[in-house]
Design a protein around this ligand. Structure first.
Ligand SMILES: CC(=O)SCCNC(=O)CCNC(=O)[C@H](O)C(C)(C)COP(=O)(O)OP(=O)(O)OC[C@H]1O[C@@H](n2cnc3c(N)ncnc32)[C@H](O)[C@@H]1OP(=O)(O)O
Ligand SMILES: O=C([O-])CC(=O)C(=O)O
Length: 386
């Protein structure tokens, strides 16, 4: 245990801030250079040139696939897209008021309990489970949104790539190529981010030699919170609270957003979608996601969204010099695509399943039970007196 030299009191790092707990070969978050590498590749380049399927393959296998590997991988992913009828009936048994993240958590758990290799944590079994979850989750998320809207399940299409099929299953119509591209970019950017809270949760669960689905189920719980993945949903609530007015100019929207932000900061509120534990000079993924948002604003003809975006960002920068994180541009992007606000974090789940499972497999390669210490500061020993 590290100690403070003068008092010998243990040095406590609340929130494990700044603590390096292990090594990883999966991704490198560099706050100084504002960069993010997946297996050595800059995430911006992956987002510009790769499909999400290729990135998933990279995260799990350390290298991008060649043409034959991609063909086999894609065939396996397309073969696993249909919603298991048992999972569907469990989802149907849940109230439509249940938060979609609770549905995701339940679905991951049910898929695990029904898995033919449930208790097998060999590398081969875990790779198969990871691929199956990756393939199955778009159906879970898309169907949950549809049932809330009183709509039926849309069957997957195996002539579409992951992103296009996800949108097809969500909305029952083929999305425009620009929309598919922006969605693909969001999936790639959300896929992996080293030892964030949900990934660390997955690694902690894995470190007890529990199974992959338990680790993913726990990770979904950790992602739900607004300080982590739940922030993309919360960003949209902020926009909704300010008020989205389609008849308003960009400048008018920006002015109202600024006023809202000044008031929120005066009241010492935390504004979701801003700030980051690791990046202090801006999130490496924001420029790429913001470019995708700009394309969606143009595609859907919604300049007032840009006004709200700019107004909040500028007012936050001026007041506190705090920059947006990935959830900030991702939230309005998903809104423009037509997703319900409470489905935004489930979209993050569908993507982050790739990163979580890569970490679960890496943890098992050189496992050590994760069990830190605490400094007791409750009452001293006392007599029960009975
Ligand atoms: C994909 C992701 O998960 S990215 C993260 C998504 N989460 C959010 O967007 C939630 C909003 N942001 C936050 O709550 C924080 O920035 C966190 C939790 C992400 C990181 O926080 P930490 O590194 O622990 O920093 P901490 O919360 O201590 O903030 C440091 C200072 O900045 C302020 N601050 C940080 N973020 C914000 C924010 N979003 N709004 C207002 N003030 C903020 C804090 O109030 C604090 O100010 P103080 O020193 O005057 O008290
Ligand atoms: O790294 C973090 O703490 C949160 C984050 O941005 C992510 O998980 O993508």
């Amino acid at each position: 245990m590290s100690t403070d030299a003068t008092t010998e009191a243990p040095q406590i790092r609340k929130g494990l801030a700044g603590v390096v707990v292990d090594t990883t070969k999966i991704s490198k978050v560099n706050a100084e250079t504002n960069s993010l590498l997946y297996r050595g590749y800059p995430v911006q380049e992956l987002a510009a040139h790769c499909s999400f399927e290729e990135v998933a393959y990279l995260l799990w296998n350390s290298e991008l696939p060649d043409a034959d590997q991609l063909r086999d991988f894609t065939a396996a992913e397309r073969g696993g897209r249909a919603l298991d009828p048992v999972v569907k009936s469990v989802i149907d048994s849940l109230p439509v008021e249940a938060h979609p993240m609770d549905v995701c958590r339940t679905a991951a758990s049910v898929i695990g309990a029904r898995h033919r290799l449930a208790e097998d944590s060999s590398p081969e079994a875990n790779l198969a489970k990871a691929l199956e979850l990756f393939a199955a989750f778009p159906a879970v998320v898309a169907y949950d949104q549809r049932r809330r809207r009183g709509q039926d399940l849309v069957e997957p299409r195996d002539d579409l790539g992951y992103a296009a099929n996800f949108l097809w299953m969500s909305f029952g119509e083929e999305a425009a190529p620009e929309v598919v591209d922006a969605f693909n970019v969001s999936m790639i950017l959300y896929a992996e981010h080293s030892f964030n809270a949900s990934t660390f949760t997955a690694r902690v669960i894995t470190s007890t030699l529990s199974d992959l689905h338990s680790a993913v189920t726990g990770a979904i719980g950790a992602l739900k919170g607004p300080l982590h993945g739940g922030a993309n949903e919360a960003v949209m609530h902020t926009f909704e609270q300010i008020g989205i007015r389609t008849d308003e100019s960009r400048e008018e929207a920006a002015a109202r957003a600024r006023t809202w932000m000044e008031q929120a900061l005066a009241e010492k509120k935390k504004v979701m979608g801003f700030g980051h534990r690791v990046y202090k000079h801006g999130d490496s993924r924001v420029p790429t996601m913001k470019a995708a948002l700009d394309k969606m604003i143009e595609h859907y003809g919604r300049p007032e969204i840009l006004g709200l975006y700019d107004g909040l960002e500028t007012a936050m920068a001026e007041a506190k010099d705090i920059k947006p994180n990935l959830d900030y541009p991702a939230g309005p992007t998903y809104h423009l695509m037509g997703f319900d606000t409470d489905m935004f974090t489930p979209l993050f789940v569908a993507s982050r399943i790739t990163g979580w499972t890569a970490h679960i497999m890496e943890q098992l390669e050189s496992n050590s039970l994760i069990r830190p210490l605490s400094e007791y500061n409750g009452p001293g020993q006392r007599a029960l007196g009975r």
